[in-house]
Design a protein around this ligand. Sequence first.
Ligand SMILES: Cc1cc2nc3c(=O)[nH]c(=O)nc-3n(C[C@H](O)[C@H](O)[C@H](O)COP(=O)(O)OP(=O)(O)OC[C@H]3O[C@@H](n4cnc5c(N)ncnc54)[C@H](O)[C@@H]3O)c2cc1C
Length: 381
Amino acid sequence: MDFSWSDGDLALREAIVKFAARELNEGLVERDRKGEFSHEGWQKCAEFGIQGLPIPEEYGGRGVDILTTILALEALGYGCRDNGLHFAIAAHMLSCEVPIWKFGSDEQKRRYLPKLCSGEWIGVHAMTEPDSGSDAFAMQTRAERKGDRYVLNGRKTFITSAPVADLLLIFASLDPTKGARGITAFLVEKGTPGLVVGREFEKMGLRTSPMGELVLEDCEVSAGQLLGKEGAGAAIFNTSMEWERSCIVASQVGAMERQLERCVRYARERRQFGKPIGKFEAISDKLAEMKVRLETARLLVYKVGWLKRHGKQAALEAAMAKLYVSECCVKSNLDAVQIHGGYGYMTEFELERELRDSIAGTIYSGTSEIQRLIIAGCLGV
Ligand SMILES: Cc1cc2nc3c(=O)[nH]c(=O)nc-3n(C[C@H](O)[C@H](O)[C@H](O)COP(=O)(O)OP(=O)(O)OC[C@H]3O[C@@H](n4cnc5c(N)ncnc54)[C@H](O)[C@@H]3O)c2cc1C
């Protein structure tokens, strides 16, 4: 594997770090407290070209490959402390744009991708339901074919960006007796009669990323809103989950690097018992563990990107990266709070927010337990 970056990649990385640090962090403590999404930050990122990173230029994207997308998202996570914002962007990119790019008709790609890449529209991916999360294909949402139209009925929950969505990728079952082979994907535009955006959730972390429920009540869409073929929903879902598991944790790697640098600075500056706390082995051990977690996490994510860049299967590696990075991120955030003592516990120091934000990583895109099942399954267990 060769992870030496081109000059173009390194320039992109540096530009994103500088842009993010300069433009995206102001007022974050207050936005987190209020649970407020930054439309302004969203639009600035879109103008920079973040939302369209992997999408071909002919559809309004930047056309970079997956490994460069990973590097760019890592840079965003490093420069932007608003973890909710870069989470919302990654969800929009990886679980709405990518499925349209990979499975959409030419007409769908031309209609939707330019608006999604430019940030004008916000896309969501709606799979989870009140009674089916990990067991996603056990969904209750139904699609019924009526002539050349489909009627959708059901309820979706925990949907990132639902309260601000313009385009919704919604999964429904056309035929429950077929299980996963009955799952079908639909592109539903905001304002479609029968599509109701339900309540917005208040949550522990990633509070600047809005999340809500969706209700479908005889929501009628045309055959042109079908993404892929009837029954292709499971394949579409699996493809987008592999992209999401590969890339979404890249921002967490960037955030872990940012945290480590901050902790090292603090351990050198903060003095107790007449010396910097970094001179106490209990503290320097934590910093060493954080560094090892950061580098091993980064290597796993780059490996997934490298495999996919070369057109190889990466389901196992993506599950390992998702599991490992998200769990390392929580552990390192706990260490960061501990290293900062009482200051680490105070909201204004933003370390408690980083910890709250990081916990979501072990739940979204398949929980840690589900990643372990996937990994064991790949081992033949
Ligand atoms: C921040 C955030 C953003 C999200 N965004 C979206 C989104 O945009 N779109 C969307 O569709 N969904 C989204 N989700 C939902 C997410 O995908 C689900 O929460 C997740 O898949 C788990 O489903 P569940 O919450 O129903 O938990 P459950 O599946 O009920 O799981 C409960 C517990 O049981 C464990 N468990 C379940 N089955 C097994 C098993 N077979 N073996 C061992 N343990 C098991 C789980 O790991 C978990 O610990 C989001 C969630 C979060 C937290």
